[in-house]
Design a protein around this ligand. Sequence first.
Ligand code: G3H
Ligand code: 13P
Ligand code: ZN
Length: 321
Amino acid sequence: MIVTTDQLFKLAYGKFAIGAYNINNMEQTLGLFKGHVKAQAPFIVQISKGARKYAGVKMLEAMLRSAEEMYPEVIFAVHLDHGDEATCYECIDSGFYSSVMIDASHHPFAENVAITRRVVERAHARGLSVEAELGMLGGVEEDIALDEKHALLTDPDEAAEFVAQSGCDSLAVAIGTSHGAYKFSGKQGLHFDRIAAIQQRLPGVPLVMHGSSSVPAEEVRRINEAGGSLDPAARGVDDDEFARAIPLGVTKVNIDTDGRLVWTRVHREYFRDCPDGFDFRKPGQVLIDEYANFIVHKSRKLQSAGTLPLVREALQPAFRV
Ligand code: G3H
Ligand code: 13P
Ligand code: ZN
């Protein structure tokens, strides 16, 4: 069942976080749904502009509608990840999405507010909610690369002003994370003081943590043993820290890179062990199962595992898309 993002946030805020996973293909989609049935957790499916271009808008929608039929007990929202204004409008008008993210964080504050405000007006008129971003995450985002030094943590006062002026429903905040496999070095990690200060200025407003992959060392080791050459020092967010971020208002946790690492490990190991193999369904089946296991693991860390019956019970028909 596809539901509004807003309702999932209301149920989760302060208690657990909703995992938001990007999808690009069928195996990933099957693993995503299978994993959430196993974990008994609600989730958000994220579609990026890159995914829309790669798989095609119609294919993504058809895949999700089919998965919804195959796994009728799942409860999920469909979200545009890192949208620009034009793509937000396309998604809002399509009638398929639960929410959109307008990412105008690379613009000056006033322009970010103005763009977000326009998207909010159009989205709210159609019953969708809007995630906006303030601050600059490190890594590569919308083709803009920012190194750790130039990434800017979200300012709590500005965050309060931004939400009041733009009317956005949730806020992606820069709190130390970055996109991709290389997030932290040395003692770097999440800035909990900053999250707490933002929550104090924005009580009850769901905060979104982008760049939340863990980049497990074991995954990197296995990829490299099977012929990859990822930097063994690659490090992400310790997923045990989600538990500390949840009471501080972090309600949506975006994870993409870790799923890509599962794909890479499965395929590298398969073709290393079966160099004469060419039936793509064999690694494909392994991927579906391993992706589902990865989802179960993340759902436990996000504390969303086991909440599905409660969420189903609490969902009012009015919130169903
Ligand atoms: O934050 C971006 C997500 O990892 C999606 O990546 O734009 O390459 O699909 P993508
Ligand atoms: P990761 O690169 O850490 O998986 O972050 C994904 C993300 O933030 C998608 O919006
Ligand atoms: Zn992101």
